[in-house]
Design a protein around this ligand. Structure first.
Ligand code: ZN
Length: 311
C-alpha cells in the first residue's frame, strides 16, 4: 500500500505496523507510513476515539501547590532556554499538562497563559496554580483571535496533533517580531528509532500521530520567514528522553514482567555509554528547535506581512 504524504503529497510507503507497547490499551494494530520526500512519519488511519488512549492518570497531577513548586524546578532548563532569546514578555504554552513549565516561567517574570485539552489539568491550572488557561481542542481558532505573543511553546505536543503544521503555522502568525516559537518533539533521525523501529517507545502508538524530522520543522519555519536560532539534541529534556527511550524500549522488548526491571537497568546503563553519540542532533531521540520571527519593521507581525503580500 502506498499513501500520499498529508503534508507534501510525496510517496509514502508503509513503514511498519505496531501496537500500543507502552500502555497495552488494546491488541489493535496501527499502521505508520513514511514520506520519501519530507520524512514525515504518520499514523493512518487515526482512531476516531483518541481520548480513550489517554486514561485517567495520564497526567500525573500534583497533589497541591507545593508539589507543583517542586516539579517546576525540573522545568527550569526550559525557562533558561527561552530567556536566552526573549528575556521577558507574554508566553503561551500549548499543552501545558499540569503547568510545571508555566509555573517556573511565571516565577522568572513572564506573563503566562495556557491552552490545554485535558479538563482536570485546566482545573488545576486555573483554580490551584492561578494560571489563565483556555480549555479546548481547537487551538488554531484560539490562536487566530489572540493578541500576539512574545513566546509560544509546544514541549512534546506536536506529535499528538493531527496535521501539526497547521498549528505550527497558526502559532507563527501569532508571534510578535523578535518573538520565538519553541518546539520539542521525538526525532525519527534518532539512533534509537533505527535500532528499535516499531518497538521504539517514542512511537507511542496511537497517541503519537505524526513524527516530524528536524529538517521538516526547520523547513516549515523558514517558509514562514522565521529564523532557526537553535536546533539542539543536548538540552536537559532531550538527555532525559534519551535515557527514557533506551530504558522503556528495552522493557517493551521483554515479554516477561520479571525481565522488564533488568531491561530498564540495562537501558539506563546503555544510555550513559551512548550519551556522547546521542548528544548530537543527528542521533538524539528528540530535539528542540527555536524559531524566531525576525524584526522587519516596528509593529508588523507575520500576519501583517501575509496581508501585505496578499494586497
Ligand atoms: Zn512529505
Amino acid at each position: 500500500m502506498n499513501y500520499s504524504c498529508p503534508y507534501c503529497g510525496g510517496a509514502s510507503p508503509r513503514c511498519f505496523r505496531t501496537e500500543d507497547f507502552n500502555r497495552r490499551s488494546s491488541s489493535a494494530l496501527y499502521t505508520y507510513f513514511r514520506c520519501t520526500s519530507c520524512g514525515l512519519l504518520f499514523l493512518d488511519p487515526v482512531p476516531e476515539n483518541l481520548g480513550v488512549f489517554y486514561p485517567k492518570g495520564y497526567h500525573r497531577m500534583p497533589a497541591h501547590i507545593g508539589d507543583l513548586e517542586t516539579l517546576a524546578r525540573g522545568e527550569k532548563y526550559k525557562v533558561d532556554l527561552v530567556s536566552r532569546f526573549v528575556p521577558i514578555g507574554r508566553l503561551l504554552e500549548i499543552g501545558p499538562s499540569y503547568g510545571g513549565f508555566l509555573y517556573a516561567a511565571r516565577q522568572a517574570g513572564y506573563t503566562v497563559e495556557g491552552f490545554e485539552m485535558d479538563k482536570d489539568c485546566c482545573r488545576f491550572l486555573t483554580e490551584i496554580a492561578s494560571i489563565p488557561t483556555i480549555q479546548g481542542t481547537d487551538v488554531v481558532a484560539a490562536l487566530r483571535c489572540s493578541t500576539p505573543y512574545d513566546i509560544i511553546t509546544l514541549w512534546h505536543v506536536v506529535e499528538h496533533i493531527p496535521s501539526p503544521w497547521i498549528t505550527v503555522r497558526a502559532a507563527m502568525e501569532a508571534i510578535r517580531p523578535g518573538g520565538i516559537l519553541v518546539i520539542a518533539t521525538p526525532s525519527t533521525d534518532s539512533f534509537q528509532f533505527r535500532i528499535f523501529g516499531r518497538r521504539w517507545t517514542h512511537i507511542d502508538a496511537p497517541r503519537h500521530i505524526t513524527l516530524l524530522p528536524p529538517s521538516l520543522l526547520a523547513s516549515i519555519g523558514k517558509s514562514a520567514g522565521f529564523e532557526i536560532v537553535e536546533l539542539s539534541g543536548s538540552d536537559s529534556g532531550t538527555l532525559y528522553w534519551n535515557e527514557f527511550g533506551w530504558r522503556e524500549s528495552l522493557a517493551n522488548l521483554s515479554p516477561m514482567p520479571a525481565l522488564k526491571l533488568a531491561s530498564r537497568l540495562f537501558g539506563s546503563a546503555l544510555s550513559i555509554a551512548l550519551s556522547p553519540i546521542e548528544r548530537r542532533i543527528r542521533w538524539s531521540s528528540s530535539y528542540t528547535i527555536v524559531l524566531r520571527n525576525p524584526v522587519i519593521s516596528p509593529g508588523s507581525t507575520i500576519r501583517d506581512k501575509n496581508r501585505q503580500g496578499a494586497s
